[in-house]
Design a protein around this ligand. Structure first.
Ligand code: ZN
Length: 135
């Protein structure tokens, strides 16, 4: 292997936690995971692990729950949801009567649920109630 994918536990967030490897392991190896959104089986590569554990200091037992395609979709969706959240914080009174805004936000949150990264139950309840009050 050309790239140096040696495990350097000194850079880990919790070096004493063995994570996915036993104490004799010297190099990262691809780990298989299954996407919670689309069900596809994918590999958390040695390179990605080195980045996750030694640069981003992820928890040693971290395993991605989304494939790269779904992960990209989730990032876009999460940004959109945040924009709605910010608009709501800034102008709650007017937006509470804006059916189109509320419907769009609710649709995004429902879509977001299927990625199983965050739970939006209380927000969804609030929106359903607010929309119900309009009609
Ligand atoms: Zn997926």
């Amino acid at each position: 292997m050309e790239e140096d994918l040696k495990i350097d536990r000194s850079k880990w967030h919790k070096p004493w936690n063995l994570g996915h490897y036993d104490e004799n392991a010297t190099h990262y190896e691809g780990l298989r995971s299954r996407c919670l959104k689309c069900g596809v089986s994918f590999v958390f590569s040695a390179q990605e692990q080195k980045q996750a554990f030694e640069v981003e200091h992820r928890y040693p037992r971290y395993l991605p729950t989304l494939c790269s395609a779904c992960s990209g979709e989730w990032e876009t969706l999460e940004k959109q949801i945040l924009e709605y959240e910010h608009s709501w914080e800034a102008n709650r009174r007017d937006l509470a009567c804006d059916r189109e805004f509320l419907d769009m936000w609710l649709a995004l949150l429902k879509k977001g649920q299927s990625y199983r990264k965050k739970r939006f139950e209380s927000r969804i309840r609030m929106l359903v109630k607010t929309i119900g009050g309009l009609s």
